[in-house]
Design a protein around this ligand. Structure first.
Ligand SMILES: Nc1ncnc2c1ncn2[C@@H]1O[C@H](COP(=O)(O)OP(=O)(O)OP(=O)(O)O)[C@@H](O)[C@H]1O
Ligand SMILES: [Mg+2]
Length: 353
């Protein structure tokens, strides 16, 4: 079932469009990463999805309910964590959550259960008696997520929940979101960093200047952008022969050689010969290529399949400035990948020395 559907949503501020004809679909129980640079229109879109704001045109449905006609029903299903969200002075974590449980008019027993469950899911038990305003940013964000969970919503809309967190806190937050997804909740989470979401989202949408550039299941997007796999053969000694054998195979598009870093002593004498295939890597094809290498006398010590991830593909597409996703701007890609620690390619031998 499709839990969240937006169709041709527009929102103008002072005559300028912040969201332009945006459509998206989020499947039930999936995690959708909504990614775009600053000012792209993420928060505007989330506010509209959350019924906090109304679109100037277009429609949104949550589990089949039109958000503008069935606003109250929709709100019961939604948990919205806006960015940023203030916290009241003087409340402990427990009191803060209790306050929201009361505001949802939950009966006392249910209220207590919901508060406990939210504390458990967001792993904030050890801070339950601390004042919310005195918590660090990472803990605050977890308390805000707990607040978002109080009425047990089935759909979560989280606007940059991990922004401003240090790496450890980000990882922790990501784990919590994964748990929620695994509990069957539908999660839409925004970020301006692609890599932050790519590893646990089933689907992504990339927004730039109010327009959705691409949206859908990650698998489908990858297939569309690059329907081929790379096989990495680890070979002993001279890679020339292995490269020659692989390049001569009909279904190999390109062959390249990669060396290990100089400090990887256990890899001494080994090189990686990478074959980019036409299409996907099937077991029979892998077996046939291995056999061809062995028959040619190449010492093969290992074989792995390297599937390119979203970030690799986006970089590639941005670099080429063409192909299936030519509308991606290079600047946007740089920004989205901005916090990536190091470019992926292994250093060349002279750089590594
Ligand atoms: N209340 C508002 N009044 C006027 N303009 C606004 C308002 N809210 C957003 N905008 C404008 O709409 C555009 C989209 O803003 P939005 O906050 O949705 O982007 P965003 O993707 O969430 O950015 P960020 O990553 O910085 O949070 C921006 O140009 C912004 O200046
Ligand atoms: Mg925002």
């Amino acid at each position: 079932m499709t839990t969240l559907v937006a169709r041709n949503v527009w929102r103008f501020y002072d005559g300028k469009p912040a969201v332009q004809g945006l459509s998206l679909e989020v499947e039930e129980g999936s995690a959708y990463g909504f990614i775009g640079p600053n000012g792209a229109g993420k928060s505007t879109t989330l506010r509209i999805l959350a019924t906090v704001d109304r679109p100037d045109a277009g429609r949104v449905w949550v589990r089949g309910y039109d958000t503008q006609q069935k606003t109250e029903d929709v709100r019961r299903m939604l948990g919205f964590m806006p960015d940023p969200f203030g916290m009241p002075d003087g409340f402990s974590v427990e009191q803060f959550l209790e306050f929201f449980a009361i505001s949802y008019r939950l009966a006392p027993v249910r209220r207590k259960n919901r508060v406990e469950r939210a504390i458990e899911l967001t792993r904030i038990g050890e801070r339950r008696r601390d004042k919310v305003t005195e918590l660090s940013k990472g803990w605050k964000q977890r308390v805000l997520l707990a607040k978002t969970l109080i009425h047990d919503p089935s759909v979560l809309l989280l606007d940059e929940p991990a922004a401003g967190l240090d790496p450890a806190a980000r990882i922790e937050f990501r784990e919590i979101i994964k748990t929620l997804r695994d509990l069957g909740k539908t999660v839409l989470v925004s970020s301006h960093i692609l890599t932050e979401l790519a590893d646990f989202c089933d689907s992504v949408g990339i927004i730039e200047r109010g327009r959705m550039l691409v949206s859908g299941r990650i698998e489908d997007i990858l297939d569309r952008l690059n329907p081929s796999d790379m096989l990495v053969f680890e070979v002993l000694g001279d890679p020339e022969r292995a490269s020659g054998v692989l390049a001569a195979q009909g279904d190999v598009r390109e062959v390249s050689v990669e060396t290990y870093k100089a400090n990887e002593k256990t890899r001494a004498g080994l090189v990686k010969v990478v074959a980019a295939l036409e299409g996907r890597s099937q077991p029979a094809r892998r077996a046939a290529l291995l056999q061809a290498l062995v028959e040619a006398g190449v010492g093969v010590t290992g074989l792995t399949t390297r599937q390119e991830g979203l970030e690799d593909l986006f970089l590639k597409v941005a670099g080429k400035g063409g192909g299936a996703a030519e509308r991606f701007s290079v600047d946007t890609m740089r920004q989205l990948l901005g916090e990536r620690p190091q470019a992926r390619p292994e250093p060349k031998p002279e750089e590594a020395a």
